[in-house]
Design a protein around this ligand. Sequence first.
Ligand SMILES: NC(=O)c1ccc[n+]([C@@H]2O[C@H](COP(=O)([O-])OP(=O)(O)OC[C@H]3O[C@@H](n4cnc5c(N)ncnc54)[C@H](O)[C@@H]3O)[C@@H](O)[C@H]2O)c1
Ligand SMILES: [Zn+2]
Length: 656
Amino acid sequence: MSMKIESNKKIESIASQLLYHKKLYYTGRSMISDMEYDSLEDQLKKLSPNHPVLSLVGYQFEDSGKKISHHLPMLSLAKTYSIEDLFDFLNKNPSVAMDKLDGMALSIEYDENGKFLRASTRGNGKLGEDVTEHVYYITNIPKKLNIDKKWQGFHFEIRGEIYFPHSEFQNFQDRFDSFRNAVPGTLGRKDVEEAVDVLKVLHFCVYDLFVFDNKGNYLSAKEIPKYFDVPNNYLSKLNLTKKMGFEDNMNYVVDVTDIKNIDDLNLFIENWYKKSRDYQIDGIVFRFKDEILWENLGNTAHHPRGSLAFKQAGETAETEILEIEENVGRSGKITFRAKLKTVELSGAKISYATLHNAQFIEEGNYAVGSKVEIIRSGEVIPAIIRLIEPSKQSFILPKNCKCGYPLTRQGPDLMCLDNPSCNYKDQESLVYFISSLDIMGVSDKIVLKIREAGLVQEPADFYKLTVEDLIQIEGFAQKSSENVIAAIQNSKKIPLAKFLTSLGLKRGGAVKCQEVAKKCIHLKNVLKLKVEDLLEEKGWAQKSAEDFVESLKLKEKIIQNLLHYVEVIDDESGALIQSQSDHPYFGKNICITGSLSRPREEYKKILDTVGAKLVSAVSSKTDLLVCNEASSSSKYKDAIKHNVKIVNEEEFSSLL
Ligand SMILES: NC(=O)c1ccc[n+]([C@@H]2O[C@H](COP(=O)([O-])OP(=O)(O)OC[C@H]3O[C@@H](n4cnc5c(N)ncnc54)[C@H](O)[C@@H]3O)[C@@H](O)[C@H]2O)c1
Ligand SMILES: [Zn+2]
């Protein structure tokens, strides 16, 4: 074989490994450390500097929705692990340093009035996914910018990182396979309403601003200081975004012009990582301060030349797998974790690591006795990144669930699907049932203890518990047992929407269950639901409707058993709305001014019952103003101004 063919083979092998790991990484299942990945990339750079894989940005997901084409490409960053390289970079030009936030890049566009227009992800750098609807719910992204007079007529594009604060992630841990997957997973959801609670707690941090004039032409770094009356540097550009209403992010950015030698730089880096923060970083971004220079340096196909990310090799440790344990999730998905010979890693004693799913174990060839390398990567429990030495024995994936029923393979996962009342998946269902009912004084911990003692197999069993049962369990005293039992017994009247939510139905998040409750009013109608019925409603896709109806069927026995103990209260709001919707005042905004024959409170109550709203001021959104004579009140004037219909009390009440 000629040298050329040999080296081509090597190049293609590295390229295909890179593609493979990219895919795993961007779907939250990385199998190698960033350092190993980056060193593979370096090898390819040496062998074939122009290889197309090297200029791939991000990873294109299949089956994706609407695309937005970026005005300017959204690129990656050049990176280094070497202090010397970083020092050389800083010596070239005065720079700033900022956190390299480990979330996802977002582009957010505003129109010439400062109104939020649309948002997109980085995607492949040229085409991103449209996430406009998701962004409506992200609270620290302004939907209307504070626009100074001299900024009017310009369009703005803000770029930054959307990330999950650690303190918030704690509340949503069980919903995601991994921390890394949480943000892409949430922004990738097509049924946005199901993700609202997560979107509300995500944070956005700005790192760039682009300005376009009213013809859509890009305003260069040279022109910005002229139009906006700011000095030519990165910090003052960021300051503009702060004035526009973005959260103050200046504490992320530090001037590093006073670093004079390698020792200073080492100390600076060491201290940077010591700072406490409520989010994950995967490096430090250094960027030349001079904006005109930064722009003139331009980009490669992969990254801007005026920025450099410094990364630190994450601390890893070697250990041995002692046992492989499995857990059955609420959906029936089996997840695996390894019990390890305890080792210390970044100051913590580690005895467990995640093995994710069946595919991860197969591909990595992990088994009891394997020597492995583990890393802490911001996950709740550490991840295994590499097999150091295979075990003499191999691990045979379970054929059956712990409940005895056979498992089904679905892609990378094993699932327990055949046993509708699998006790093991109910272990999670039980906790979920109680926690979504919000029974005061009954925490998840208590539920697990009761479950471990074997006292409950399904939700209905909670209502059969007695004080005597609980006292037998370690940690329960007379008084606390009485409290728990009383709390459970007091939770027997459950509104329909809450009842449905607590069942943990597939696709049955709180918002969807509320819609179903409104539509069906009685539980017996819910139990008769067909896929077609759901498809009539907006926000239901074929697959989610099928999942919902099917999982409802699977829970039928659990529901029937529960009904011996609890009373499910009809959704009256739905019943009302059905009859109200024919009323002429339904959905109308009505305002009253001057004195009428009956107190305003009384009218408010009547209006409530027909589905109308009594508003306190007149705007273009008001449908009707009620008053007995022309007056000089501001409400009256506004009604004339906005062309709002004005009627007297008699006319008004004739329709009530
Ligand atoms: N372990 C693996 O298997 C594996 C696989 C693929 C990629 N990776 C890792 O992923 C990285 C490459 O991925 P990438 O291109 O998504 O990201 P990147 O590391 O090249 O960084 C670019 C991204 O950084 C983000 N960012 C955060 N803070 C920023 C700031 N202050 N200024 C500018 N940008 C900021 C932006 O989202 C931007 O898109 C590499 O570091 C690589 O090690 C690892
Ligand atoms: Zn099972």
